[in-house]
Every structure is written in structure tokens, then in C-alpha cells.
Design a protein around this ligand. Structure first.
Ligand code: AMP
Length: 432
């Protein structure tokens, strides 16, 4: 145990070295370059499709999630970070974003403003899951929600957008899985049939699936346990229970995907974990990811707006994990590691003002300029410039100050030029 201290009368035991909480991560240096690159790619890509960003608070009233995601789901029943604040409010750190987007959609009357709202987010979420590769307790998602259209072309647009997004990053081994789970009525009928089919196998099922048989039998189809996979192989398919409208809707979605030459697998076991989905559900997987292979997942949620107090409004969306996206990237292919243009090497404290002025004027010309604030020797600064792979160094020393000139070294070619102070900017602008 570490030493103890008193803060405002409270006795606090300090552990020797403080560490991040299990399931959370620090993102440092080169990894951050990837995050920045991806975030800007997400913005550009989604703007191209006419989606605009929405930002919602990091925490919400707990009942927003229990009402939308469903009390029987893993997320609500055991994974949420919830607490009661000093005012007695039950609050929860967002475990997903769709519920918040729909809450905001209703609250700000967005449906009245525009008949269709195409929104996207990049957000940080919290779920108390068992941490493993590709599964964390604090993680990040981007996602889109198209609220207002009931038509299959909206489903196809969203699915194609997700698929093309991964293609735009050259992610290989993609599989698009798709299914239709029909309307609520269809699902209720199917649940009964599925239960009927599974009851004879009840004793063979895991304890969790036995419980789900009563609470949420659809989730048993999601099982990753071999002997359960064997049992559900011959289970009835929800697709056979669809009514005519559901069937027509689904076949139009598929024919639109065909027209875009997007390949898909119809997966009868794909039902998605959350309560609010209906009709089209889909997932994109990458075989590069191992057991946590879902890059993104989503579907139609035509009843959610009404369920949360709005007017009945059809909608569809998906959420995509950013950590998993990074795990599936072929990082070598991405030219994201930008080399700094210039490293300013200042050799004496007394030249600081001059070096500051030169640095700022170069930055004002949109050049990336690194300067040393450790007062290191010329040799160490040169070493640092090499480490950062700076394209050029500018040396400011005694000779340079005397002659109102700087030495500019091209770090790749090893050549040097002597350039007067007033020509430094034009020297670099010519190179761009
Ligand atoms: P979901 O919101 O559960 O439908 O998940 C959508 C996507 O978010 C998944 O396909 C994953 O890429 C990602 N994801 C979900 N949960 C986690 C987690 N605990 N850690 C990292 N990524 C996650």
C-alpha cells in the first residue's frame, strides 16, 4: 500500500503508481496521428453523403437507455455506468448514441424543421464489458442516423455508405451480413416459434441461454458456443415469417445493393442485440479482427422515435467502432505520418526573439515548424530533428545573426543554403 495523505479532512491512500482504469486506453504519439487522420476522414466522407454532425452530452437520464435499448439487454441489465447524483437524479454515461440522437431529435423538433434528418456522430462510450482485444470499457464510435424515411432506398444508402467507408480505407476481407427481422408483430410470432423449437433442447443450453429463452429468445441466435450453434442450425428462420410489406421492403434493399455491386450474405441468425431494431439489420465484419470481428452494426428502428415520446417516424442507422477500425487498418498503406516542414535550431538564449519571430512567420504560412524549448546543444537539436524526420532545419547561430541570414539544411539531400531573413518565407513557399 502507498503512503496516505489528508485532503480537506479526508484520509486518502495514495497507491504507488496510479494507472488507468481497466478497459480504458491512453493514446499516444503515432497512434494519435491515426486517430486524427481517421476523424478527419470520417468528417469528409460523411459530409459527401450530406450528413451533418450532432454532438450530444456524455451522460443522460438512465431511463432514456432502459426505455430504448431494453431492460433485458446485456447493456442495460449489467454494463451501464450509472449513478445517482447529489440531486437524486439517476444518470448514466452513454453506452450508445442512437437513443441520445433520437432524444435530441424529439426535443428540438427536428422532424418539423426538415422531413429527413441525416445525422452523424463521433463519440466516446462506456460499457462495463469484459475487456479483451477489440472490446473495451471506454471506446469510440462513429455512426449515422437517417431519420424520416421509411423507404428501402434509405436502408440501401446507409448500408452502401458503411460498406464504401471501409472500402475507402482499403480494408480487406470485408463481409456484409444482412437480414430482415420484420415488424414487431412478426418478431413476436417468430419468438414463440423459436421458443417452441428450443424448449426440447432447454437442458442442453447454457445457463445464460436458458434464461434468455424466457426473456429474449432472439439473443440465443447470437450465441458463439459451438454446441448451441449446432442446436440452432435447424431453428426456424425469421425471414419465413415476414409479411408481404416486409418482404417487398427487404427485396428492394437487396436489389439496390445488387445495383451497386455490393456483395452481401443473408444471415438468418443476425438479429442484433438491442430491442429497438425492426426490418433490415446488418453488420460488416472483417476477418482480420479475430473473435471481435464486427466493424459496425445497425438497422432500421421505425418505432423508437414514438417510443421515446415523438411522432411515429421511421429511421435507420449504424454504429461503427473506431478502435476496431484501427485494428483492421493496413497502416502501412496510409500516408498519415506527416513530416514537419522545418525544425528551428537556435544555438543561444540571446537569439530567442529572432528565432521566435522566424518560427511564427513560417507558421503563418501554414508550415509545420518545431522549435526546441529545452535549450539543448546544436547537436542534440539536430538529433531531435532527425528523430522527427523534419524536411529542413534552420540554424540560427552567431554567424547568422551577424549577417542577418540563416542556414537552411535540406535534411534528405544534406545540402545547405544561406538565406537572408527577409527571404526565408519565399524560400519555403517556392518549395511547396
Ligand atoms: P453496438 O453499439 O453494440 O451495435 O456496436 C457497434 C460497433 O461498436 C461494434 O460493431 C464494434 O465495432 C463497436 N463496439 C461495441 N462495443 C464495443 C466495445 N466494448 N469496445 C470496442 N468497440 C465496441
Amino acid at each position: 500500500m502507498g503512503k496516505s495523505i489528508f485532503i480537506k479532512g479526508e484520509h486518502i491512500i495514495m497507491s504507488k503508481s496510479l494507472k488507468n482504469i481497466k478497459g480504458t486506453q491512453d493514446i499516444l504519439f503515432d497512434d494519435n496521428n491515426i486517430w486524427q487522420y481517421l476523424e478527419s476522414h470520417i468528417h469528409q466522407f460523411l459530409n459527401k453523403y450530406g450528413f451533418s454532425q450532432i454532438r450530444t452530452p456524455i451522460f443522460e437520464n438512465t431511463n432514456l437507455f432502459s426505455r430504448s435499448i431494453g431492460t433485458q439487454t446485456d447493456i442495460v441489465s449489467k454494463e451501464m455506468y450509472s449513478w445517482t447524483d447529489q440531486g437524486g437524479n439517476n444518470l448514466t454515461l452513454k453506452p450508445e448514441v442512437t437513443a441520445s440522437v433520437v432524444r435530441a431529435y424529439i426535443q428540438h423538433n427536428l422532424g418539423k424543421k426538415y422531413p429527413i434528418n441525416k445525422l452523424y456522430y463521433i463519440d466516446t462510450l462506456f460499457r462495463r464489458e469484459r475487456p479483451q482485444k477489440g472490446r473495451y470499457r471506454q471506446f469510440n464510435q462513429f455512426g449515422v442516423e437517417a431519420i424520416g424515411s421509411e423507404h428501402p432506398e434509405q436502408d440501401a444508402e446507409i448500408i452502401a455508405l458503411a460498406y464504401n467507408f471501409y472500402k475507402s480505407l482499403n480494408i480487406e476481407n470485408l463481409t456484409l451480413k444482412i437480414n430482415s427481422i420484420g415488424s414487431e408483430e412478426v418478431r413476436n410470432k417468430y419468438k414463440l416459434e423459436l421458443k417452441k423449437y428450443l424448449i426440447p433442447y432447454k437442458d442442453k443450453l447454457s445457463t445464460l441461454s436458458q434464461k434468455r429463452l424466457d426473456t429474449n429468445p432472439l439473443r440465443i441466435l447470437d450465441t458463439k458456443i459451438d454446441f448451441e450453434i449446432e442446436i440452432i442450425k435447424n431453428a426456424p428462420h425469421i425471414i419465413d415469417f415476414l409479411n408481404k410489406e416486409d418482404k417487398d421492403h427487404f427485396s428492394k434493399v437487396l436489389s439496390l445493393l445488387d445495383s451497386l455491386s455490393i456483395k452481401y450474405d443473408i444471415d438468418h441468425k443476425l438479429v442484433r442485440g438491442l430491442d429497438y431494431y425492426c426490418r433490415t439489420v446488418f453488420e460488416i465484419q472483417s476477418s482480420k479482427l479475430g473473435s471481435q470481428d464486427a466493424l459496425c452494426g445497425g438497422g432500421r428502428y421505425d418505432y423508437l422515435v414514438e417510443e421515446l415520446g415523438g411522432k411515429p417516424t421511421p429511421a435507420i442507422g449504424f454504429a461503427a467502432g473506431i478502435e476496431r477500425l484501427i485494428l483492421s487498418l493496413n497502416k502501412k498503406e496510409l500516408s498519415i505520418f506527416k513530416r514537419p516542414n522545418i525544425y528551428i535550431i537556435n544555438t543561444e538564449e540571446k537569439y530567442l526573439e529572432t528565432s521566435f519571430e522566424i518560427t511564427e512567420s513560417l507558421r503563418n504560412n501554414n508550415l509545420t515548424v518545431i522549435n526546441d524549448t529545452l535549450r539543448r546543444s546544436l547537436k542534440s537539436q539536430m538529433k531531435d530533428a532527425n528523430r522527427l524526420k523534419a524536411l529542413y532545419t534552420i540554424i540560427i547561430g552567431e554567424d547568422e545573426i551577424k549577417n542577418n541570414k540563416v542556414t537552411i539544411k535540406d535534411m534528405d539531400k544534406g545540402t545547405q543554403s544561406y538565406v537572408s531573413f527577409d527571404k526565408i518565407n519565399s524560400y519555403f513557399l517556392k518549395k511547396q
